[in-house]
Write a protein that binds this ligand. Sequence first.
Ligand code: AP5
Length: 222
Amino acid sequence: MNIIFLGPPGAGKGTQSKRLEAQYGIAQISTGDMLRAEVKADSAIGREAKALMDAGKLVPDAIIVSMLESRIQKPDCAKGFILDGFPRTVAQAEALDGMLKRLGRKIDVVLMLQVDEDALAERIAGRFSCAKCGASYNDVSNPLKVENTCDHCGSHDFVRRADDNRDTVASRLTAYRNETLPLLPYYEDRVTVAYINGMAPIEEVSAQIDAAMSEVEQITQK
Ligand code: AP5
């Protein structure tokens, strides 16, 4: 199963794709995480990407497409993958179509997470994650069960993203509206697009996604 997650910054793409990765045994590919790893490693890509990410702007298509092309050919993607944060422009979607065609693969479903813009800034401001295992939390909607202790690995170390501030969120939303939203009509013409109400609590969003995935599985098995 090959899945694309679309939705604005803070919609819950990462939260839901990590869950689907575990449920379906397919690889979550977050271009944001890949870029943050490059920034941390102070690589040439990381140095070019950092200023753009800090400003809430998109990283050039050519960099992202070549990163993605090598990633989807890794063994852990053989059973399928979940694209979280890619494609983000029509040019990236066209490049993806070309590479999937060459590999004899296709996208099975686009999951579109819909969230009111007013809710996004608050979600992003409250987000933090475990520095050791990467589990994602939220001060308001998804807090730790035990204070200062990761529910998953017990670590006491947590991090917040450099681009999770109100000014950068405004730029990220502008980039989303102008460059990523045009992907909806692009995919509606080509593949099943399932619209998910991302305003619901996390467990309810998960249930909507599971229902959409069951429908897609029935269609693909026919
Ligand atoms: P990226 O890392 O992809 O960030 P994003 O798209 O802005 O998305 P986020 O990770 O902020 O949000 P999310 O939807 O994953 O939400 P999450 O699940 O964490 O990209 C960062 C930057 O990298 C970009 O700005 C760009 O510069 C660059 N980049 C990346 N890919 C690129 C590409 N393809 N092309 C060019 N540039 C690229 O949830 C958010 C919070 O809400 C969490 O705290 C969570 O616990 C909480 N939450 C989740 N679901 C719910 C719910 N249902 N109710 C309440 N709270 C919830």
